[in-house]
Design a protein around this ligand. Structure first.
Ligand code: NAD
Ligand code: ZN
Ligand code: ZN
Length: 374
């Protein structure tokens, strides 16, 4: 079938993207679903920093690539060997497909699925196949989803069936920002009731971590960003204190105000400077978790002895260390009970044709989640 899709044709174009237009809205060919795959109609997709990182070259991927991975839609057609979905089901997309059989999958760590990592890096579906073309040219899939399109063929293992009561633009958030941010807090760090927390970088992922920390019973939550609009939003969502890390004394200020730092800190900006702040405001015996995905060349250094003599922990968190089929329904249930109000992350709506402008908005930093509705 023919679909309308947002195709990135060059990496590293200069911002503003509304001027350089690295993403083209094209009519391309989508092949039918093969074994283990599903055709979905995309109803809503949100812009994530990981898309921006492909555009600006921080996370190099093969082009041309149909971008987008945080989305929700409706099942339209089901390939062979998919027995647990029906046409008309509502689904949210997950940005790492998991095979269920490899070492990490067997260990209950689907975020680290080996074939999932290979296919995501190669720009294919989990099967290794490709369903997107423009004439004879192959268009790569983004993270097994390619959600800035009216339709997508995805692996069964890239989608989670969701409650039809949840509006698509809200369901979309759960497949990336929410599982990443909330999962970093409750799975990777597994914070304890009453513990103290800091979140450095308050985009879709960081604000989800903030809401996750509130839901998990943190007693004190420090929110840090370089953007005043984000600090205001974090305060409204329940941060107990906010700090602008453009202020060069921010580390000393937070350490002093918290009596030597916090139990758990989360770096959710994807910037070395943010990780430095997060590590420096973690208290003795505390844990620093990062979800950031900076350029592969970026390095982070810290005082070696602090790890030992202060019994510090530094952890990475990918897809919130989640089991998506277990965790997305749990987080959605909390959302429906108003205990995880992640819909407050939505700040803007755009159309598919406005996508380049949308990424300018995301890069500017005032917006949290920008939603594209179909
Ligand atoms: N680990 C995962 O599984 C996973 C999943 C999704 C996104 N990510 C990554 O997480 C990061 C955040 O994603 P997002 O979509 O929330 O991004 P975003 O662009 O929506 O938000 C980033 C925020 O960080 C702030 N920031 C930038 N530099 C900062 C600094 N030096 N100090 C403090 N704050 C700073 C920005 O002002 C902005 O508010 C990105 O690196 C993204 O690629 C990781
Ligand atoms: Zn994402
Ligand atoms: Zn696997």
């Amino acid at each position: 079938m023919q679909i309308k899709s947002a195709v990135l044709r060059e990496i590293g174009a200069e911002a503003p993207y509304e001027k350089s237009q690295p993403i083209h809205i094209e009519t391309i060919e989508l092949d039918p679903p093969e074994k283990g795959e599903v055709l979905i109609q995309i109803k809503a997709a949100s812009l994530c920093h990981s898309d921006l990182s492909v555009i600006n070259g921080s996370r190099p991927r093969p082009v041309p690539m149909a971008l987008g991975h945080e989305a929700a839609g409706i099942v339209v057609e089901i390939g062979d060997d998919v027995f647990d979905l029906e046409v008309g089901d509502h689904v949210a997309c997950v940005f790492v497909p998991s095979c269920g059989h490899c070492g990490p999958c067997r260990e209950g760590r689907p975020a680290l699925c080996e074939p999932g990592a290979v296919s995501n890096t190669a720009g294919t579906l989990l099967s290794g196949g490709n369903r997107l073309h423009s004439g004879t040219e192959t268009i790569n899939h983004h993270l097994g989803v390619s959600a800035f399109s009216d339709h997508a063929v995805v692996s069964r293992n890239s989608i989670i069936k969701v409650d039809k009561e949840i509006p698509f633009e809200k369901a979309a958030l759960f497949g990336c920002a929410v599982i990443t941010g909330v999962g970093a807090v409750v799975n990777t760090a597994a914070i304890k009731l009453g513990s103290t927390v800091a979140v450095v970088g308050l985009g879709g992922v960081g604000l989800s971590a903030l809401l996750g920390a509130i839901a998990a019973g943190a007693s004190h939550i420090v929110a840090v960003d370089i953007n005043e609009t984000k600090l205001k939003q974090a305060k409204e969502l329940g941060a107990t204190e906010v700090y602008n890390s453009k202020n060069e004394n921010v580390i000393e200020q937070i350490r002093k105000a918290t009596g030597g730092g916090l139990d758990y800190t989360f770096e959710t900006a994807g910037a070395v400077q943010a990780l430095e702040v997060a590590y420096s405001i973690t208290k003795r015996g505390g844990t620093t978790v990062t979800t950031g995905l900076p350029h592969p060349d970026n390095k982070f250094s810290f005082p070696y002895v602090s790890l030992t003599a202060e019994e510090r922990t530094l952890k990475g968190s990918y897809v919130g260390s989640c089991v998506p089929s277990r965790d997305i329904p749990r987080y959605m249930s909390l959302f429906q009970q108003n205990r995880l109000p992640v819909d407050k992350l939505i700040t803007d709506f755009i159309t598919l044709d406005e996508i380049n402008k949308g990424f300018d908005l995301l890069a500017k930093g005032d917006s949290s989640r920008i939603i594209m509705k179909f």
